[in-house]
Every structure is written in structure tokens, then in C-alpha cells.
Design a protein around this ligand. Structure first.
Ligand code: SF4
Length: 335
């Protein structure tokens, strides 16, 4: 399997820009991506073409959301020197490879995609009955394949998408008679799943998230609003830390204090207010460095633009080389 010039395997990962990222994004993905930079050649993408698929009726917010994601990427330790951080639409080769791979993708593969069916049912506030949305796994495949990425960090639920990308590679390579594209492998990550303050999935659409950029007072307010053990009504009632979201936060952000919380809570040795006040200070400390980095970068828009321009150039160079191969193998551009 081909490796990069540094001899490291390549990783591609990305996020749709929907605005500021939150603690769930940090512990569920960004912390893992940050660590992967030590051992892999990393490409991190802000997937704005993907955002357009659902936001096409009102796309004005996509650019601002992409900026917020870039700020959060860097704030959380993604390093533009070591990794290629780029915005998808700055590398239009993604779009061309997507179109070419569309020709090699049977429509039945897309129609049976479980996420497509699920999103059609769930995204009632957006009209996503468009051609692009049906084909988004092909764009995802193009995103990975254009960099010949060996690995893609995914959770179990995203395995079907990666499998589709692998099927596309096999079909394409088989039909052109050359191992031109690299079959990506899953890099399964066991990330803690962090619920929102109301115990539902953490999501901006529920308004239950703690943003990476939140200031200390906002964090305190949000933590104090967290839903705790519903059976603990009065201060003297014994609590059930296993049924309490606050205790899960301790396990994630201050594991060495989680046992203490689990001991004191059932004996009613401290109240939920004290427990949450202390948690808020832990989160404020945890987010202090990302917030400092974020503010520093936000105050330097030239640096922000340089990161994007540099990322586009480095990503574009790799993408062009792959696309040249694909065009040659498909006879495009020949006379
Ligand atoms: S003391 Fe803490 S862990 Fe126990 S129920 Fe209250 S908030 Fe939850």
C-alpha cells in the first residue's frame, strides 16, 4: 500500500460546517484527531459542499459556519503546520472526482443507504429531496479517495459509508484495469458519547450543547441547568450517580474525581448544586486553553486566511495528482 513521502499512512476526516463546535465534537472527534497527528499524515476538511446539500435554500450562513469550524479546529489542537486543514470547496477537484465516480456507482447502492432513508424521515425542516443528497456518499468517497487516504476515523455507525467508498474503489479499479484508487480502511475509535445538558444527544438544534467557545459564565449557567438524577428531589435524598449525566461528565473530564462523586452522591454527602458548581469549574479549566487559542486566532484574520490558503494549496496538489490519474484512466481530456 502506498504511503506518503514522510512514510506515514494518510488519514482524512472532516466535518460539515454548521457553526460553532461543542464539547461533544471535542471529545467525540477532535481530541482523537489531535492525537492522530503524532503518527499519521492528516488531512482535515471543512465539508462545505456537504453543507450546501441541505442549506441550499439559504446558504448565506455556510461561510461564517466554516470560519467557526476552522477556529475550533485550531483551538482544539489541530495544527496547520503538521496537518493539512482545508475547506472542501477550495479544492474543486473533489467535485470532478465525485462526478466521475458517480458514473461508476450503481444507483441501487445509494438508494439502500440506511442514513439516506433515516435523514429523509428525520430532516423535516429541510427539503433534501435533491439529486446531490442521494449521491452524498459518492462525494464522501471522492473526499477520501482523492487523497488516497489509507484510514478514515469512524464510529461503528459510519461503517456503511466507508464500505460504499470501498465498493466504489473496487469497481473503478476493476473496470479501468489498474489499482489507481486506494481502498480506505476504518480506524475505529471508541470515543465517549457525551449527552447534552438535557440528557438528549448533544446538538445545536436542541440548544443543549456546551460550545468550545463558551465563556466561563455561560458554561456555569449551562452546567447549572443540567438535568440530574430525577429521583433525587431533596438535598437529603440519596442520589444515583449511574443515572446522572453530571457524573458521566466527571468520568469524561475528571476521571480521578468521578469515584469520589460516585461515593458522596448516594450518601447525600453533597448536593447537586455543589456537584454542578464544581463540574462547571472543571469544564472552564478544560476549555481555557482552547478558548485562549481561539481568541488569539480570531484576532488575526490574516492568519486565518493564510491557514485556508495554505491548506487549499497542499490539498490541491495531492488532489490534482489523483485526478490526473483518474482522467487518464477514463480517457477524459485525451484526443
Ligand atoms: S450529586 Fe452530582 S452525581 Fe449525584 S445526582 Fe446530584 S448532580 Fe448527579
Amino acid at each position: 500500500m502506498a504511503e506518503t513521502r514522510e512514510g506515514r499512512k494518510r488519514i482524512l476526516s472532516g466535518m460539515r460546517p454548521t457553526g460553532r463546535l461543542h464539547l461533544g465534537n471535542l471529545v467525540g472527534a477532535l481530541a482523537n484527531w489531535r492525537d492522530l497527528q503524532d503518527d499519521y499524515d492528516c488531512f482535515f476538511m471543512i465539508a462545505d459542499y456537504h453543507a450546501l446539500m441541505s442549506e441550499y435554500e439559504d446558504p448565506a450562513g455556510i461561510a461564517g459556519a466554516a470560519r467557526e469550524v476552522l477556529l475550533d479546529f485550531v483551538a482544539c489542537g489541530l495544527d496547520p503546520q503538521r496537518s493539512v486543514i482545508f475547506r472542501q470547496s477550495d479544492v474543486p477537484q473533489h467535485a470532478e472526482l465525485h462526478l466521475i465516480l458517480s458514473c461508476y456507482t450503481p444507483i441501487g447502492w445509494l438508494e439502500r443507504n440506511p442514513t439516506y432513508k433515516e435523514q429523509m424521515r428525520e430532516l423535516t425542516k429541510r427539503d433534501i429531496h435533491n439529486y446531490a443528497f442521494l449521491g452524498y456518499p459518492v462525494l464522501q468517497a471522492a473526499d477520501i479517495l482523492i487523497y488516497k487516504a489509507h484510514l478514515v476515523p469512524v464510529g461503528e455507525d459510519q461503517l456503511p459509508h466507508l464500505e460504499l467508498a470501498r465498493e466504489v474503489v473496487r469497481r473503478f479499479n476493476n473496470l479501468v484495469g489498474e489499482e489507481a484508487l486506494v481502498e480506505p480502511q476504518a480506524k475505529l475509535t471508541a470515543s465517549p458519547r457525551l449527552l447534552g445538558t438535557d440528557r438528549r444527544k448533544m446538538s445545536k438544534s436542541y440548544g443543549n450543547q456546551i460550545d468550545i467557545a463558551d465563556d466561563p459564565d455561560t458554561i456555569r449557567k449551562k452546567v447549572m441547568s443540567m438535568i440530574t438524577d430525577p429521583k433525587r428531589i431533596k438535598r437529603d435524598d440519596p442520589g444515583h450517580p449511574d443515572a446522572c449525566n453530571v457524573c458521566d461528565y466527571y468520568k469524561t473530564f475528571k476521571a480521578d474525581e468521578a469515584d469520589e462523586v460516585a461515593r458522596k452522591c448516594p450518601r447525600a454527602e453533597w448536593g447537586c448544586t455543589d456537584c454542578k458548581k464544581h463540574l462547571a469549574e472543571i469544564l472552564i479549566e478544560y476549555l481555557a486553553e482552547p478558548r485562549r487559542r481561539r481568541q488569539e486566532l480570531e484576532a488575526d484574520p490574516d492568519r486565518l486566511m493564510r491557514i485556508l490558503a495554505d491548506g487549499a494549496e497542499r490539498a490541491g496538489a495531492v488532489a490534482s495528482a489523483t485526478l490526473d490519474d483518474v482522467r487518464r484512466l477514463t480517457g477524459l481530456g485525451a484526443m
